[in-house]
Write a protein that binds this ligand. Structure first.
Ligand code: S3P
Length: 175
């Protein structure tokens, strides 16, 4: 990996395992771990559902860009997991690729629907027809994740440990 790209950044749909894999990977590599959703909630002083309901999605998306700019100036040798919609903005995709090596954790629609069924924490999946929402969003976002990523890892039928190991090996292979 190029020197400039020491951060490892995980992108992918809600429920693709970015946070769990990111934590595990950071332990394996002895890297710092950071999560854009958590950083955003700390910066805003409110939970994500609260921000969506009080200020709307656009405001939340602006905060995501602010968080990336904070992270760009303060994180090195870190594993960063990102909110599922963060790469949708072109500016964010550019920032991600400047900040590090971007890995898309890809999961099939069936896996995601299974993992996300009954979710009450993600504003975009509440209301009628959550499965239809997953399908529609996934269809729109898959090409975006693929464009943003340096690498794609298929996560279906793989454990968190296995995925962290694959990424760890890949990172050392490329150094
Ligand atoms: C979102 C994904 C969530 C969170 C917010 C919006 C999205 O993060 O950022 O609810 O647009 O896909 P996770 O991918 O960590 O669930």
């Amino acid at each position: 990996m190029e020197k400039k790209k020491q951060n490892i950044i995980l992108i992918g749909f809600m429920g693709s395992g970015k946070t769990s894999v990111g934590r595990r990977l950071s332990e394996r590599l002895h890297y710092q771990f950071a999560d854009t959703d958590q950083w955003l909630e700390e910066k805003a002083g409110y939970s994500i559902p609260h921000i969506f309901s009080e200020k709307g999605e656009e405001y939340f998306r602006d905060l995501e860009t602010d968080v990336l700019l904070d992270m760009q100036s303060s994180l090195h040798w870190s594993v960063i997991s990102t909110g599922g919609g963060l790469p949708v903005r072109k500016r964010n995709r550019e920032l991600l690729r400047e900040m590090g090596h971007v890995i898309y954790l890809k999961a099939s629609k069936d896996t995601l629907v299974k993992r996300l069924s009954g979710d009450t924490t993600r504003p975009l999946l509440q209301g009628d027809d959550p499965i239809g929402r997953v399908e529609k969003l996934l269809h729109a976002r898959e090409p975006i994740y693929e464009e943003a990523a340096h690498e794609i890892i298929v996560t279906d039928h793989r454990s968190i440990d296995e995925i962290a190991e694959i990424i760890g090996t890949m990172v050392f292979r490329e150094e």
